[in-house]
Write a protein that binds this ligand. Sequence first.
Ligand code: 1HE
Length: 269
Amino acid sequence: MKSDSSGTTRSLPDSLHVERDGDIALLRLDRAQKRNALNDPTILGIGAFFEEIPAGVRAVVIHGAGEHFCAGLDLSELEERDAVEGVMHSRMWHKALDAVQFGTVPVVAVLHGAVVGGGLELAAATHIRVAEASTFYALPEGSRGIFVGGGGSVRIPRLVGASRMTDMMLTGRAYSAEEGQQWGLSHYLVGSGEGLKKGIELAHKIAANASMTNFALMHVLPRIAELGQDQGLLMESLVAAIAQSSPEAKARIQQFLSKQAGTKVGRPK
Ligand code: 1HE
């Protein structure tokens, strides 16, 4: 376990490092010598961290040490497994990455270098992705004779479409940072070395949102997106009514109506 200033008492593996910056936490994949390849302790540690976010943390930034965000599954741990053990291993990844996507606070991923295999599956479980110009995306599972097992077949097509994911896996095609930005793998594209600053700035903005808004975006919007129009519209009305009735929403709307500085919508910069 690494000592850190996160305010957490939880024991994390040495491959993860947590720091606190006010109301956000920075979670660093810290295994640069193995290109932040995800071994079992790291995946379990990610799950444990997101299942029990330190008190007072309202958003998380996840980033990688060294030259790459993440080289995916630690291939040295791909031991002989029977089918049931293989299913259980994949389910362990699902549980951990579900904790990222459907935890208690929004997560911003800062990407650079390789975002491949399970690294892309991890990035796809986050809510906002900032990519530096050095980022490249690939799914080398195809060439390794395996398949995605960390939720990639569910989450990645929702970002880029099943057709592009099929190309990535059948042909080993890698996408550049620019292509990833164009096709929805990242939300923000920044210069090399600028990702963490941008990620932290976004996380602080997110942390300042009303809790109900963040909850609805993390837990309700993805469910509505899977519903038919009738059910989706009804669910939207229910959540809109709950959100509007909160004292926080009333106070924020009043701030705008009383012409408080900084409450107008800004033009894109
Ligand atoms: C690793 C891994 C790894 C690096 N597992 N050890 N992922 C992949 O198929 C990607 C495999 N990795 C690479 O293609 C390259 O390493 C990178 C493009 C990511 C980076 O290249 P580079 O030149 O910076 O590093 P390197 O020299 O290749 O690797 C440095 C060390 O990290 C080296 O170990 P060393 O002991 O010889 O120093 C590598 O063996 C080690 N390393 N990547 C284990 N992935 C839930 S299912 C998900 C399924 C998948 O994710 S499949 C995709 C796996």
